[in-house]
Each structure stands twice: as C-alpha cells, then as structure tokens.
Design a protein around this ligand. Structure first.
Ligand SMILES: [Mn+2]
Length: 361
C-alpha cells in the first residue's frame, strides 16, 4: 500500500493542534489506500466518544468511504446520547466484518487494551497492511497506533476532529457541527473546566457558525433527565454527611428500588455536592455486590483526588477519580476516616462570605 511508514518508531508525532494539518494529511493518505475503514471508540461512551466517532465516520464518508460505520466498544449507546446518531452511523461490534476491514481508526481511546470488545476485535485484526490510527486527547494515551494523533492540550477529541475537517477542507454540515460541538461541550462540562482554552472556544465558535444546535446539546447533556434520576438524587441528598472536610453520600439498592432508577443515574450527583462550601473534596460511594465503588471529586487546586484514589488501587484525573473498596461498613468508614485525615492537613480557606445572604456592600 502507499502512504507513510506505519512503524510506531518511525512515524513523527503530531501532538499539538497546529500539527494536526500534517496528521490529517497522513490520515487522508491512509484513507486513500484503504478499502474498508472502520471507526472505533471505547465502551461506556460519553458525548466526546460518540461525537468524535460520528464525526470521523462523516469525514471518511466525505472522502469516499460511503460504507464506513462507527463502533462503540461495548455496542451500547445511552439514551441521552441518541440525538447524536441521527444517521444510524453506529453499529454493534458483532455486526462488523473485522477481517474485511483494512484501516482501524480509534477515537477518544486512551488505551486500546481496555477500550472494550470493538477495540479487541480491531487490534486482533490489525496487520502491517491494516494499520491503526489513534486520534485522542488523553494525557495518559499509550500511543498504541501506527499513526498517533494525540493532542493532550485539546479539550476533547472532537476539537481535534474540527481541525481535521478544516485541514482537509471538508465542509462541516449543521448535523456534523452539532455532533462535534457536543464533544467539545461535554468533556469540559459545558466549557466550565480549565481545559476550556481559547482554542476550544474558537473551535466551538466555528461549529456554531457551521450551524451546530447548541440548545439541543445543552438540553440533552445538562438539562433533560429521567424523573427517576431526580427521585434518586432526592434519596442520596437525605444522607449527605461530613467526615472532617470530606462531604460524602452513598447510593444503595434500596434507594434505587424506591426511585425506580439505575446506578448510572447517580453519576452526576457527586459533582453537585463537590461545590459545598467548606468541602475540600467529595465522595459518592456506590454500594455494589462486590463492594463499594467510589467517585472522588475536588474543586481545590491543592487536592489531587487521583492521588487519594491511588491509595486504594484506583486512579483518574486530579479533579475526578475513582476506586473500589471491599464490602462492608467497616471498609467504608476506614476509607472515609483516611481521606478525612489526608484532607485535615490542608490550610483552611475562608469561604463563608460566599455563603452569606446579601449584605451591605
Ligand atoms: Mn474525550
């Protein structure tokens, strides 16, 4: 086949947004040489995973590969993200002819080995003639591709995709703009986290100009929720408590039953309590059969919850991390006491003024 050398050691790295034009040209050469590209993302998709998958499929189709499909790692698409697959782009891993595919484009996957069934199938079918392209923004990306287009400074994989469309001069229709803006909006929680750089804002503005439907994105990602989720949050709110400077709550099966909810519906709850004035960090404990699954959050620069999670074999990002604990109330209390002790050494910050009602200026 034609195109660039595909040895991981020989391919130059393009790890900043300005370099993406070069990377996009290399991807274009691989696409011209391929007959059957397939786009893969991780399991348990979020808006950026779905957005970058659907956008990459649009790019492949615009460049002549009309049959290209996208595959979530576990074949699952949650209800709140269905608005991103209006064109039936996504298919299950088992419906793909992996041996017939000859170019595997991974998007938003930090690690191919842990990206689910679709990633396993793709990596098993990979040969020197059937290369892997890796488009991602995770700092922890393992550079598993033959062509790695990893930009850790990007707020979302969709932000890299937006640059690729520009570089390859492929027009961005309104539907595709919505899909990409959903990713850039989703990962930084509505352009609210520090990864919301001027470049992320500029890409967002370009997509709004291209006709992206911001209202629909905000509704589906941040406003609309099942009634059962509201009831579940009500259950969890009744048990919010302090352990030192840690604010924490839990969710168990009885609460799920009363609310008619599933465990995943509690996902955003920990973000809600993280902002409690006086809290140095927040924890939500999910009571599962094997034990406790813990989500940790912080909005303080000097609290790295990834380091706290590592004490329990977990990990994640400095502001959002997770771990698992053995079952039982003793294991839970030991964890809460330990985290509270870790936080107790940090300096107090006088935030009380922000909690006061209006007073004379
Ligand atoms: Mn992402």
């Amino acid at each position: 086949m034609s195109g660039p050398a595909v040895s991981p050691n020989n391919v130059p790295k393009h790890e900043s947004l300005p370099d993406i034009a070069v990377g996009a040209a290399q991807l274009h050469r691989l696409l011209r040489a391929a007959h059957t590209p397939v786009v893969v993302t991780h399991a348990k998709v979020d808006a950026d995973a779905v957005g970058s998958t659907v956008a990459m499929v649009h790019l492949c189709r615009a460049l002549g590969h009309r049959e290209t499909v996208g595959v979530p790692g576990d074949g699952l698409l949650p209800g709140y993200l269905r608005f991103l697959d209006a064109g039936d782009v996504l298919v299950e891993p088992t419906s793909v002819d992996w041996q017939a595919a000859d170019l595997f484009i991974f998007v938003d996957c930090a690690d191919a080995a842990r990206a689910g069934l679709a990633a396993q199938m793709a990596m098993a079918a990979r040969t020197p003639q059937k290369p892997v392209v890796n488009v991602d923004h995770h700092v922890t990306n393992t550079r598993f591709g033959d062509l790695d287009l990893v930009v850790p400074d990007a707020a979302a994989t969709c932000q890299i995709l937006e640059r690729m469309f520009e570089a390859l001069q492929v027009p961005i229709g309104a539907d595709c703009a919505t899909v990409m803006l959903a990713g850039i909006y989703g990962d930084p929680l509505g352009l609210k986290t520090p990864s919301s750089t001027p470049d992320a804002m500029r890409a967002s503005a370009m997509l709004v100009e291209s006709g992206a439907d911001l209202d629909t994105i905000v509704d589906h990602l941040f406003r609309k929720k099942p009634y059962s989720s509201i009831k579940l949050w009500g259950e969890a709110l009744q048990h919010v408590d302090w352990r030192g400077r840690l604010i924490w709550a839990y969710v168990d099966q009885d609460m799920l039953n009363r609310a008619g909810a599933e465990m995943s519906e509690a996902e955003g709850f920990v973000n809600f309590i993280t902002g409690a004035i006086g809290a140095f960090a927040a924890a939500l404990l999910y009571k599962e059969e094997k034990g406790w699954r813990v989500s940790l959050r912080s909005i303080r620069d000097d609290v790295n919850v990834s380091d706290l999670a590592k004490r329990y074999g977990g990990g994640g990002h400095p502001r959002a991390a997770g771990a698992t604990l053995p079952p039982g109330d003793d294991a839970r209390d030991a964890f809460l006491d330990d985290i509270a002790a870790q936080l107790a050494v940090l300096p107090e910050i006088d935030e009380q003024q922000f909690a006061n009602a209006a007073q004379p200026v």
